[in-house]
Ligand binder design. Structure first.
Ligand SMILES: [Zn+2]
Length: 184
C-alpha cells in the first residue's frame, strides 16, 4: 500500500530549521494522519505522495510554501488593559519572548509572542513561529493503512494509533467526543 489520498499514514520524521531540530516523531510514537485532508502543509503531502512503507524521505520546503512569510500586519500593538485581570496586571505576566494565548473578536485563540513592552502598550507578533523559515524534513514512512468510513467522514484519524499529538491539531473537539477527546 502506498501513501495516497484517504490513507492513514504513520511517519517518523525530524523537522530542522537552520540546522536546529524543531520537532520530531519517532517510530514508536509516529505522526499519524489522514492523507489528503489538509492536516499537513500541502507541499509536505506532495513530497511523500506515492511512497511505500519503509521508504525514506528528505526534502526542504520554502517559507512561502510552508508557514508563509512574516506578515507585518500580524505584528500589533495592544493596550496594556487587554492583559488586566480584575483590574490589575498580573505580576510576571508580561515578559519579552513569552507566548500568550490571546482571543480575537470572534473568539478564536491565537498565540502571540511578546516582542516589546512599553509604558502603556505591548507589541505582539501573531505570525506562526515558523513563518519566514525554510523547513527541512527527513524521515520515513512507518505504516500506511485504509481509513475507516468514520475517519473519512470526520477527516481525521481515530483510535489506538492516534499517535503523536501535535500542537497544530486543532480539529479534535467534536460534540459527542468521537475521538476519545470528549468522552462518550
Ligand atoms: Zn472524529
Amino acid at each position: 500500500m502506498i501513501v495516497a489520498k484517504d490513507k492513514v499514514v504513520s511517519l517518523s520524521y525530524q523537522l530542522k530549521v537552520n540546522g536546529e531540530m524543531i520537532d520530531e516523531a519517532n517510530a514508536q510514537n509516529p505522526l499519524v494522519f489522514l492523507f489528503g485532508h489538509g492536516q499537513l502543509i500541502p507541499r509536505f503531502e506532495q513530497n511523500i505522495d506515492g511512497l511505500k512503507i519503509g521508504d525514506k524521505f528528505e526534502f526542504s520546503i520554502s517559507a512561502a510554501e510552508g508557514y508563509g512569510e512574516v506578515n507585518d500586519m500580524a505584528i500589533v500593538e495592544l493596550p496594556k488593559d487587554v492583559f488586566m485581570m480584575d483590574g490589575e496586571l498580573p505580576d510576571d505576566l508580561l515578559e519579552v519572548g513569552r507566548r500568550l494565548p490571546m482571543r480575537d473578536s470572534e473568539g478564536n485563540t491565537l498565540d502571540g509572542l511578546i516582542v516589546e513592552i512599553n509604558d502603556d502598550a505591548v507589541v505582539m507578533d501573531f505570525n506562526h513561529p515558523l513563518a519566514g523559515e525554510d523547513l527541512h524534513f527527513i524521515g520515513s514512512v512507518e505504516a500506511v493503512r485504509e481509513a475507516s468510513e468514520e475517519e473519512l467522514s470526520h477527516g481525521h484519524v481515530h483510535g489506538q494509533d492516534h499517535g503523536h499529538q501535535h500542537e497544530h491539531d486543532h480539529d479534535h473537539d467534536h460534540e459527542g467526543g468521537c475521538c476519545g477527546c470528549g468522552g462518550h
